[in-house]
Design a binder for this molecule. Structure first.
Ligand code: PLP
Length: 393
């Protein structure tokens, strides 16, 4: 028996463990302090009424002989795929139903998609970014090239001659920086991928937070993207499904290499290794697209957007460089007075009782930065900002 030795190359994932440990130790010593958590990457508002009702109804159906359903199609029920197709069509993006694959979330698909690509591909990953892209490729032993995302390029790296990658990850709106590519900026990546025979893996998990017209919500808004891009999306942040689990991946028919269709390969992969998402969950996801569902999820997103505005305007008043928040629930701020990200974490916790996420946890370029999230209540967000003002102002 031989193990996958690539696992030896993974860095221990200390970030959230470390945060948890430091917060617990502080709380133990200061039981009277009300700690406000502004580091959470999880939603806090409950699932919208329309989705809850649809899931209740679907649960009841499963107990009725005439409505019971066993195994469903591995790639998802047509009733949900049609809704996703129509959602994209509203933005002028035409998809075929067989190009949409329903899954239990974007994280699984982002990892599983690598089954389609040989291990000797070089991958380009922005730094800082959602750590899953790096770790899944280390597990497969692939060479990683980092794309520097810094204040200089607005945290949105552009293609250049130095990049020699076959697979390119783009996360827009970005976790952790909140930066989001305009259509024009994305067009440069699509052109690069087409010329270099590369595939873009586009993570649109936060597309529902986009508020600016010039920002793309889907890579397929860009001409040529159907020939070079796979898109991942999720109901997690759009509709609070982080605990329910549902997402989807789009693999256009045009994607092919040496006579092999990536769409057919993904279908083969999914039908072999995956047995589909629960019928109940898919009915819940379908209801997100109903008239009432859309209104309800927008209300929730607007609730978080208000928090992002409060954080942003506080940082502006304090003259602290920051980005994000407009098209994303994340605000990426520079640590004050040149502090490193863990020093600022400790200061913010010990003096203000506020928890955020040190930027270093998302890559080396995250050093000196800090992620605050809009996923708390209005009251806690306002209180946390008052404490921040006292600490820095
Ligand atoms: N992609 C990004 C950029 C994320 O930040 C997250 C979760 O935080 C995911 C994907 C995972 O989404 P899901 O809950 O659908 O697995």
């Amino acid at each position: 028996m031989k193990l996958n030795n690539n696992y030896r190359d993974l860095k221990e994932s200390y970030l959230f463990t470390d945060i948890g440990r430091r917060v617990a130790a502080f709380q133990e010593e200061h039981k009277d302090v009300k700690i406000i958590r502004m580091g959470i990457g999880d939603v806090t508002l409950p699932i919208c009424r329309s989705a809850v009702e649809a899931m209740k109804k679907a649960s009841a159906e499963m107990g009725e002989a005439e409505h019971f359903r066993g195994y469903g199609p591995e790639q998802g029920y047509p009733f949900l795929k049609e809704k996703i197709r129509d959602y994209y069509a509203e933005r002028g993006v035409k998809l075929k139903e067989n190009e949409i694959f329903i899954s239990d979330g974007a994280k699984s698909d982002l990892g599983n998609i690598l089954d389609l690509f040989s291990e000797d591909n070089v991958v380009a990953v922005p730094d800082p970014v959602y750590p899953v892209y790096v770790d899944t490729n280390i597990m497969a032993g692939r060479k990683i090239e980092y794309l520097d995302a810094t204040a200089k390029n607005g945290f949105l790296p552009a293609p250049d001659k130095t990049i020699g990658a076959d697979l390119i990850y783009i996360c827009s709106p970005n976790n952790p920086t909140g930066a989001a590519y305009t259509r024009e900026q994305l067009a440069a990546w699509v052109e690069y991928a087409l010329v270099h025979d590369a595939v873009i893996l586009f993570d649109a998990a936060y597309e529902a937070f986009v508020s600016e017209d010039h920002v793309a919500r889907s890579i397929y808004e860009i001409e040529g993207a159907r020939e070079c891009a796979i898109e991942f999306c999720s109901f997690s942040k759009t509709a609070g499904f982080t605990g329910v689990r549902c997402g989807y991946t789009i693999v256009p028919e045009e994607l092919e290499e040496g006579g092999l269709s990536l769409n057919k390969m993904w279908l083969r992969r999914q039908t072999t290794k995956f047995n589909g998402v629960s019928y109940i969950v898919q009915r819940g996801a379908e209801a997100v697209f109903s008239e009432s569902g859309r209104k309800e999820i927008l209300d929730n997103i607007n609730y978080y957007r208000k928090n992002a505005e409060v954080i942003s305007s506080t940082l502006k008043d304090l003259n602290i460089y920051h980005t994000g928040g407009k098209n994303s629930p994340y605000i990426w701020m520079q640590c004050p007075n040149g502090m490193d990200s863990w020093d600022f974490f400790d200061r913010l916790l010990k003096i203000a009782g506020v928890v955020g996420t040190p930027g270093l946890g998302f890559g080396k370029n995250g050093e000196g930065f800090f992620r605050l999230t809009a996923f708390n209540t209005h009251e806690n967000t306002a209180e946390a900002m008052e404490r921040l003002k006292k600490l820095i102002g």
